[in-house]
Design a protein around this ligand. Structure first.
Ligand code: PMP
Length: 281
C-alpha cells in the first residue's frame, strides 16, 4: 500500500518512525479515522475541523490540516480503492526532539502519517443488524477527551474488559453519568427522545453523533443533549452507539441485562436507514 509520510507518498512498509518522535514517546499526537464509501469520502471537512481543534489546543505548529483532504483522495486513487469500502487513518505528532516534557524549542516539524486500507464492513453490518452487548466501566480517562489524542490506554483496557466479558463495547461512566464508548458515542431513548451526552471536555465530539442528531432534526425525532444517569438507564427503551465504523449500532444488552425487549428498537432502525441513505450514492 502507498501511504503519505512527512510530505511524500511512499510504500507503507518503507516508512520508519524515529524513536525520538514525541508521538512515540509521549502520545503527543492526534489522529483521525475517516470512512470511505465506494465513491465517497464521508464528511472529511468535519474530521479536519476536529483535528484542527486538537492541534490548536495542543499548540502544534501546524493548525490547519485541510491540505490533507486532497492527499487522502490521492491515496484512495493511488491504491485503487475508488470503488471499494475503505478506512483512512491520519496521525499527526508534534515531531521529533530529545526526550524532555516541555515543547521543544524551536518547534519541530510535525510528523504526518496518512494511510488508507480496504475495509470489510460485513462484520459491522451483522452487529448493526443483531445489536451488540455492552458493559459499563468507570471512566478513568483524563479530562480532555474532546481532543482525539493517541493516548488511548484507558480505552484499550476498557475495550479489552468488554471483550473478556463477551461484549463489543464498554461505556465509560463518570460521576454516575454514561458518557461515551471506548470508540463510539452513546445514545439512549427515553420516552421517544434520543438522548446523548452534551458536548464537553469529557467526550469526543463524534462526527457520527453530529450526523445522527442532524438526521433526527430532519426526521422530527426529538433529541436531548443531556446527561444519561446510570440510575435511570433501566428506563431507556433503546440504547445505541454511534461511530465512523460502527455507524448506528443498537445495544441489546447492557451488563448482561436486556435493553427493552432485547432486540434492536424502532428508533435505531429508523436512524440506520436514514444513515444508509446518507452514505450511499
Ligand atoms: N468517542 C470516542 C472515544 C471515539 O474514539 C470515537 C471514534 N472516533 C467516537 C466517540 C465517535 O466519533 P466518530 O463518530 O467521529 O467516529
Amino acid at each position: 500500500m502507498i501511504a503519505y509520510f512527512d510530505g511524500r507518498f511512499m510504500p507503507k512498509d518503507d516508512i520508519c518512525i524515529r524513536p525520538d518522535d514525541r508521538g512515540f514517546l509521549f502520545s503527543d499526537s492526534l489522529y483521525e479515522v475517516i470512512r470511505y464509501y465506494p465513491g465517497r469520502l464521508f464528511r472529511p471537512e468535519a474530521h479536519i475541523r476536529r483535528l484542527n481543534h486538537g492541534a490548536r489546543h495542543l499548540a502544534l505548529s501546524c493548525k490547519d490540516f485541510s491540505f490533507l483532504i486532497p492527499v487522502v483522495r490521492d491515496l484512495i486513487s493511488q491504491n485503487h480503492l475508488e470503488s471499494q469500502d475503505a478506512l483512512v487513518y491520519i496521525h499527526v505528532t508534534r515531531g521529533c526532539a530529545p526526550r524532555n516534557h516541555p515543547f521543544p524549542v524551536p518547534d519541530p516539524e510535525p510528523t504526518l502519517y496518512v494511510c488508507v486500507s480496504p475495509f470489510d464492513p460485513s462484520a459491522r453490518e451483522r452487529s448493526r443488524h443483531t445489536g451488540i452487548h455492552a458493559i459499563t466501566v468507570p471512566d478513568i480517562r483524563w479530562s480532555r477527551c474532546d481532543m482525539k489524542t493517541t493516548g488511548l490506554t484507558a480505552n484499550v483496557l476498557a475495550n479489552q474488559q468488554a471483550a473478556e466479558n463477551g461484549a463489543a463495547e464498554a461505556i465509560f461512566v463518570r460521576d454516575g453519568v454514561l458518557m461515551e464508548g471506548t470508540h463510539s458515542n452513546f445514545m439512549a431513548v427515553f420516552d421517544n427522545i434520543v438522548t446523548t451526552a452534551p458536548l464537553s471536555n469529557y467526550i469526543l465530539g463524534g462526527i457520527t453523533r453530529e450526523t445522527v442528531l442532524e438526521i433526527c432534526q430532519k426526521s422530527d425525532i426529538l433529541t436531548s443533549e443531556s446527561p444519561i444517569y446510570e440510575n435511570r438507564i433501566h428506563l431507556a427503551s433503546e440504547l445505541m452507539i454511534t461511530g465512523t465504523t460502527t455507524e448506528v449500532t443498537p445495544i441489546v444488552a447492557l451488563n448482561g441485562r436486556p435493553v427493552g425487549n432485547g432486540k434492536p428498537g424502532p428508533t435505531a432502525r429508523a436512524l440506520q436507514a436514514a444513515y444508509a441513505d446518507l452514505t450511499s450514492l
